[in-house]
Ligand binder design. Structure first.
Ligand code: GLU
Length: 469
């Protein structure tokens, strides 16, 4: 049997990091074993499911490069099949009609609580045949009354649940629609799932699903329940902690490689290694390396990984991602230096591509205003002469190279008998608009000579105007 895993999101929001990690583990496990990876959209909750969420999930999966070999399958397209299986369970005596109203079930639970018992459906209609006509009913699964269900969880180890703990769950509502546990079972069966890797918030459903699968004579997959992700305050990760949507990480300037590396380590380890390319993950990932305890999200580590990948991935590849951020920042990068050259000098200075786009604006656009603080400090009357001299030296250059630019700046400082900072800082503010940039020679060389001269002239005019005030 081909090893098969799935990712089965409910499209009621964006793809969040918890879902993405489950998807990654399922994807890795299938792919490394030459298996199938099914994408299944669990959209039976018609009120909460939206096409927008489906699109957001697909976009997130695509951005992360988690490709599926089958699907996407939509549960809403499979209602006929669910009905068929429900009928099959009824016919075989594994399910029954329950005519209790919700109020009656509530009352049953209240009475149990008063008696100090665990509130549950008491099986009132389990064996009854006196079915009323024209009364609405739900269909319940006849859970075995005795014995235990054993989950040999591939992450959590052996878990035993006594059948006396489980009541007869509803598999079809009074309007005939199937419930979550039924649709998952039918799909895992039909889609030949061998391994179900999912969040441990589903662990209570697992024994119920296993019992239904057994009643259907289906083979039972192996389960691996991944512990949840916590925020830095130890509470379950949520919007309160900042970004939780995968696409929000893209928007904030993270590379998919960094997020994937971060997510694989968030709940799995291999020795004390931190850096894993996709190839290494595929080689090394195993469920046995997954933690049993929840893991806490750590944005600093993600930033550290992002920096690592911005520096170490091929610049051409990083440039494709940076181009998107430049576009978001409203910058036209068709004219100006190659993005790969910008990356070469900026990658060490930032944690994200969004920041890189922000601090690289001066390569592609003339700035409207100078940074007020930097201008005040460095564009004072004393800077005028150094700017004029360096402008003339730069304007006279015939080859616009790092060496020639460096010589012009040094020459100016020597000629005026001032320190390098007295030339460099005014020049930096003049050309980049602010007081922070990589070394001037490598920065200026990426900007056209005429532009540099024009900006120096603007700065000189600025100094003169200020002096006249
Ligand atoms: N649709 C469920 C969810 O998004 C997952 C079900 C499963 O993995 O079995 O939580």
């Amino acid at each position: 049997m081909t090893l098969t895993t799935r990712f089965a999101p409910s499209p009621t929001g964006y793809l969040h990091v918890g879902g993405a990690r489950t998807a990654l583990y399922s994807w890795l496990y299938a792919k490394k074993n030459g298996g199938e990876f099914v994408l299944r959209i669990e959209d039976t909750d018609l009120e909460r499911s939206t096409q927008e969420s489906v699109d957001a999930i697909l976009e997130g999966m695509n951005w992360l490069g988690l490709d599926w070999t089958q699907g996407p399958f939509y549960q809403t397209k499979r209602f006929d099949r669910y009905k068929e299986v429900i009928q099959q369970l009824l016919d075989a005596g594994h399910a029954y009609r329950c005519y209790c109203t919700p109020e009656e079930v509530d009352q049953m639970r209240e009475e149990q609580k008063v008696r100090g018992e665990k509130p549950r459906y008491n099986g009132l209609w389990r064996d009854r045949t006196d079915h009323p006509e024209d009364k609405p009913f739900v269909i319940r699964f006849k859970n075995p009354l005795e014995g235990t269900v054993v989950i040999e969880d591939l992450i959590k180890g052996r878990i035993e649940i006594s059948n006396t703990e489980l009541d007869d769950l509803i598999i079809a509502r009074s309007d005939g629609t199937p419930t979550y546990n039924l649709t998952v079972v039918v799909d895992d069966w039909d889609m030949k799932m061998t391994h179900v890797i999912r969040g441990d918030d589903h662990i209570n459903n697992t024994p119920r699903q296993m019992n239904i699968l057994a009643a259907l004579g289906a083979s039972i997959p192996q389960y691996a329940h991944v512990p949840m992700i916590l925020g830095d305050d130890g509470k379950r990760l949520s919007k309160r902690h900042g970004a939780v949507s995968v696409m929000q990480y893209r928007d904030e300037g993270y590379l998919p490689e960094a997020l994937l590396n971060y997510l694989v380590r968030l709940g799995w380890s291999h020795g004390d290694e931190e850096i894993f390319s996709k190839e290494q993950m595929l080689e090394l990932f195993d469920l046995s390396g997954c933690n049993r305890a929840p893991s806490a999200f750590n944005t600093e580590k993600l930033q550290w990984l992002n920096q690592h990948y911005m520096r170490s991935l091929p610049a051409e590849y990083v440039a494709e991602h940076l181009a998107w951020h430049m576009q978001q920042a409203g910058l036209n990068t068709e004219h100006g230096p190659a993005l790969t050259d910008v990356i070469a000098i900026q990658a060490d200075r930032v944690k994200t591509l969004k920041e890189m786009a922000q601090i690289s604006e001066y390569f592609y656009a003339d700035f409207d205003a100078l940074d007020e603080k930097a201008a005040k400090k460095h564009l004072r009357p004393v800077a005028q002469q150094p700017l004029e001299v360096v402008r003339d030296k730069l304007a006279a250059l015939t080859d616009w190279t790092v060496e020639a630019i460096q010589a012009a700046i040094h020459g100016t400082a020597e000629e005026l008998e001032v320190g390098m900072g007295k030339v460099g800082m005014p020049l930096r503010v003049a050309v980049t608009g602010g007081g922070n940039s990589p070394s001037l020679d490598v920065t200026l060389v990426l900007i056209e000579k005429d532009k540099v001269v024009e900006r120096i002239n603007r700065a000189i005019a600025f100094i003169e105007a200020r002096a006249a005030e």
